[in-house]
Design a binder for this molecule. Structure first.
Ligand code: NI
Length: 176
């Protein structure tokens, strides 16, 4: 396995629309190794998700995993998931605002409205289609990662740019 280099905002691959994965490629050794590398990269950088364009691979693939207790409020965890050619459909129009960061936009955090409940359809690493309904932070991570596949980053979704700040400063002043 290998830790892959993260593409930061400004690299064109972050803004490109990624190509769909040919399902015939999924079982190949090279592709399975790429999935392992994507997972290892996410773990190395303590991300809760990473999308292939963030490692300079313009394919519609993302991985996510939320450790139990991640962030504030002792969140429930989300087990490791592989999303290949995913589609996201909002279940209702209700949106909630939450703080997000991104490995391609280091050190910053901002408040982003996201659909509270979504339906995800994707192929898994075994190439089989699956579907699930996600809510709350799980739904947020899915929307964030799937946005990357269309060249969208969370900054594009922020409605109040005054919420954007450096993580260390936000933490410093949120304690006061
Ligand atoms: Ni991101």
């Amino acid at each position: 396995m290998a830790i892959l280099k993260i593409a930061r905002l400004g690299h064109p691959v972050v803004r490109a629309r990624a190509r769909s994965v040919d399902p015939a490629v999924i079982p190949t050794r090279d592709f399975q190794r790429f999935l392992d590398d994507l997972v290892e990269t996410m773990h190395e950088y303590d991300g809760v998700g990473v999308a292939a364009p963030q490692v300079h691979v313009s394919l519609r693939v993302a991985v996510l995993e939320v450790p139990p207790g991640h962030g504030r409020g002792g969140r429930r965890g989300v087990p490791l998931a592989v999303l290949i050619n995913p589609t996201v459909t909002p279940v209702s129009k209700k949106r909630v605002v939450g703080v997000e960061g991104c490995l391609s936009v280091p050190d910053l955090r901002g408040a982003v409205p996201r659909f509270e409940k979504i339906r995800l359809r994707a192929l898994g690493r075994d190439g089989r289609p699956y579907a699930l309904t996600a809510t709350g932070f799980h739904a947020r991570v899915i929307q964030h990662e799937c946005d990357h596949l269309d060249g969208t980053v969370y900054l594009d979704r922020i409605e109040d740019m005054k919420t954007l700040g450096f993580l260390d400063e936000i933490e410093r002043f949120s304690k006061e």
